[in-house]
Ligand binder design. Structure first.
Ligand code: FPP
Length: 230
């Protein structure tokens, strides 16, 4: 599958849900589900680079995910660190502009500095990968308002708000995919989702592969987007 060059689809966002259930079905601890989930994520990033997508935004860890057991939270943090290590080691081969979005103040200084370095070194890649970590859509909007208030902007327009969102450089997603069978947005890209096409699949995230993404893309192209018009 290649993304059509008519510009209809340039940004896909994914809620990678179902890792825990994938592991439970196999009698394995949830952490193993996240490990396989991270594997599926790697493959999808590569594939999005191959098909010529401009932006991919993934929900790796929400502001609500801290409520999970410490062992599970630590396993997701470890996977992220491992991914940062890998990207740093393979910068030349890395297929995307590596960009974290969310409140990264929970990371230690060293990790933040490493992330910034990778961001700087990959920023010219054609595919932008936004990894949403410690991210919440409502707090992103509140942050945008605070930033506008700090600058003394009083007549706030929609464009002002969009410009203060983490995703401002790559715009709103055209397609939001949620795996794992649930049909909700879960505080992901709330502002940006206004006119996105939504695609829900029962496939659990670790089983989501290139073929499944192709299905979602085909479904997207079969839809007629009206953006409120007729
Ligand atoms: C939701 O599944 C998944 C998460 C909260 C974590 C997603 C994390 C990864 C895919 C690994 C991230 C790693 C990198 C390198 C970005 P769930 O645990 O809620 O599954 P369940 O609904 O079946 O319980």
């Amino acid at each position: 599958m290649r993304i059509l060059s008519d510009g209809r689809l340039s940004h896909i966002a994914i809620i990678m849900d179902g890792n825990g259930r994938w592991a439970n079905k196999r009698g394995l601890p949830r952490e193993v589900g996240h490990k396989y989930g991270a594997g599926a994520f790697r493959k999808i990033v590569e594939y999005c680079g191959d098909i010529g997508l401009r932006a991919l935004t993934v929900y790796a860890f929400s502001t609500e995910n801290w409520k999970r057991p410490e062992k599970e939270v630590n396993s997701i943090l470890a996977l992220l660190r491992q991914y940062v290590d890998e990207c740093e080691k393979n910068l030349n081969k890395y297929p995307a502009y590596f960009h974290f979005i969310g409140d990264l103040s929970v990371f230690d200084e060293t990790l933040r500095a490493r992330i910034e370095r990778i961001e700087e070194k990959t920023k010219d890649r054609p595919l932008t990968l936004n990894i949403a970590f410690n991210y919440g859509g409502r707090s992103e909007i509140a942050r945008a308002f605070s930033r506008l208030a700090e600058r003394g902007v009083r007549e706030i327009t929609q464009e002002d708000i969009s410009a203060e969102l983490y995703t401002a450089p790559c715009g709103d997603p055209d397609l939001i995919i949620r795996t794992g069978g649930d049909m909700r947005i879960s505080n992901f890209l709330l502002w940006q989702a206004a006119y996105a096409e939504l695609y829900f699949t029962d496939v659990l995230w670790p089983d989501f592969d290139e073929k499944e993404l192709d299905k979602a893309i085909e479904d997207f192209y079969s839809r007629k987007r009206r953006f409120g018009g007729v």
